[in-house]
Design a protein around this ligand. Structure first.
Ligand code: ADP
Ligand code: MG
Length: 233
């Protein structure tokens, strides 16, 4: 991202953000509510247009590439599953839209189910699942697409504290296995410190600091970072 800006009407909310993300990195965007994390993620996904600057994936500038043509899968906080579809059909849906061959759909869904431990639940409906299982199905929908980049927007914020901690470990294990470049948004600095290869601290539409968790902890760039990283959850 080079000097990315976003205005809603005349109101600027992202003021020139530059971030480099390497292939395979697990990057966490962290910052208080309203600082622009979701907006930035939605621009990367192509769900919001970019007011200025340059978004590049590999060598290609993708500012004007429609979402469907970006090799990106997003998992939201309110991961609405299709209630009338089974787990398997929820995961297969985007592949069916793309008219993938049946055999390929089946093998991709089976693989995602195996990775996420959903193998025995493929015929269930969302209402028959626990919160953690539903979250896994939401991740399954992203995994089946085998994208170049995963985007997560506060995926655990609707789960209770215990499950949240367990899911952090699962998401990290998933990343160890797939090595897919991941941009993960949270307002929870503990989540950021425990999960990230690299943390991007945002505040009021600007990046305050980028660094490894320990780097931010040992050498915060300013009082905002020090206060945010050091504050209790
Ligand atoms: P975060 O995800 O960090 O909580 P957001 O990216 O959702 O923050 O919001 C950043 C700022 O942009 C906030 O001030 C929010 O009110 C504003 N905003 C977000 N979406 C819109 C929109 N569609 N129209 C107008 N303002 C918006
Ligand atoms: Mg948000």
């Amino acid at each position: 991202m080079r000097n990315i800006r976003k205005n809603f009407g005349t109101v600027p909310v992202i003021h020139g953000v530059s971030i480099d993300i390497q292939d395979g990195e697990f990057v966490i965007l962290v910052g208080p509510s309203g600082c622009g994390k979701s907006t930035l993620l939605r621009m990367i996904a192509g769900l919001e247009n970019i007011s200025g600057g340059e978004l590049r994936i590999g060598p290609k500038v993708v500012n004007d590439v429609p979402p469907k043509e970006r090799d990106i899968a997003m998992v939201f906080q309110n991961y609405a599953l299709y209630p009338h579809m089974t787990v398997a059909d929820n995961m297969a849906f985007s592949l069916k839209l793309k008219r993938a061959p049946k055999s390929e759909i089946k093998s991709r869904v089976d693989r995602a189910a195996e990775i996420l431990g959903l193998g025995k639940l493929l015929d269930r409906y969302p209402r028959q699942l626990s919160g953690g299982q539903r979250q896994r199905v939401a991740m399954g929908r992203a995994i089946v697409r085998d994208p170049q980049v995963f985007l997560f927007d506060e995926p655990l914020s609707n789960l209770d504290a215990k499950l949240r901690v367990a899911m952090r470990t699962e998401i990290k294990a998933l990343h160890q296995r797939l090595k897919t470049t991941t941009i993960y948004v949270t307002h929870d600095q503990i989540e950021a410190m425990t999960m990230a290869d690299k943390i991007v601290v945002m505040h009021d539409g600007v990046v305050e600091q980028v660094g490894a968790p320990l780097e931010l902890y040992d050498r915060p760039a300013n009082l905002f970072v020090a206060g945010f990283i050091g504050s209790p959850a």
